[in-house]
Write a protein that binds this ligand. Sequence first.
Ligand code: 6PG
Length: 472
Amino acid sequence: MPKQGCEIGVVGLGTMGRNLALNFADHGFRVAVYNRTAEKTREFMAQEVGPRHIRPGYELQEFIGLLRRPRALLIMVSAGDAVDAVIKEIWPHLAAGDLVIDGGNSHFTDTNRRARALAVNKVMFMGLGVSGGEAGARYGPSLMPGGPQPAYDRVAPVLEAAAAQVEGAPCVALLGRGSAGHYVKMVHNGIEYGLMELIAETYDLLKRGLGMQPEELHKVYTDWNQGELSSFLLEITARIFLKKDEKTGKPLIDLILDRAKQKGTGMWTSWEAMDLQVGTPTIDIAVVMRDLSGYQDERLAAAQVLTSPNHVFGGDRARFLDKLKNGLYAGMIATYAQGLALLKRASATYNYGLDLETVARIWRGGCIIRAALLEDIRAAFRDRPDLNHLFLDPKLGSEFMTRQQDLRDVVGVAAELGVPAPGLMLSLAYFDAYRSARLPANLIQAQRDYFGAHTFERVDAAGAFHAQWDED
Ligand code: 6PG
């Protein structure tokens, strides 16, 4: 079979695995598939494959035998123990030079561990971030691979054909060494959390503050999605407000519980940001707000006793809408800026060798955070690859500044109305902190030295100093 063997094997026929297998085959690649339960493979073969060159392996041995050597296998199972279980199962069948790819949302430290373990047998390992959900997997995801160059070269034709295309270029590139791909995907998800929170806050202000109904909300978000805010998340938000519940005929959005779940990648991003001491407050608060949403019983009880001034919005609605639109755009800039600052620090810490222009480029299509704004972000890193922070890019910095008054006004209205908008508030505070030549951390230094003799640094001399605070 070596010559005619399949160029790629997919292990795991869940939604993502099935759709990627079909995508690969549609681009003319020979694909082998395997699932732990053979029944699922049979169903897939009978219902979805049709005349495509997709060969089933009902037993692992059979599946491995279908692959061209050296082999390339893509694991598409839930992140965590399931990935280790698959690796353990296939391990005895692999030979030196084979390549194992993990396409799940794995934690980057697991990716490092797995790469080390497989390297003992000279098997290559690649962590591959896949974004775009079911439709992306089927018709063009954004793909974020990390690992050794020869590993990428082996599967580049398959990945580049299957990925989303923007201006004729595929939304995939080898991002860096080791677990770089999974790290970038984690931060992508952190940004995704931040953007979703910001959009949800604008919805809350429009619904609770301005009393807008779903049809009106649909119009607002459709309108916003035409211009600079244009993005996948706004596009689906606009559509969500149109959807009617089949059972009741009511807008479905009003029947959905206000309790958001999470699989953890946003939280990982925040942990990492804390660990590397990079501030990502918009992303952090997005995680917190999902957590708070889960305290529904407590919130219901608290709503009976804890009240707010109950102000009613009395301003100019059209003007407020404009401000909210600008405030959201500024918040989006701050969110991408935080994620990219984390990537910059991570690249230096973990020696990933990331090129942030490439990261922004492959996020422009296929993925959940694709947005018109990424064109400017890409251009910022193209013009200055060593750019320290997106706020320091002349164009993006001035775009934030021209909208800052509107963001301040929106935050003020939210505070007045008692509608929580911490993502917008923190995006603004983050900007204010970043642009402050002087922060009150001198007082924090003094307090630390006062109660713990932790010493402080001075503005007029180098070194560590301690004062006898209680003498006077
Ligand atoms: C993507 C998504 C995808 C998934 C998230 C959901 O890029 O396609 O990010 O990976 O939808 O993991 O994450 P939560 O369940 O944590 O919201």
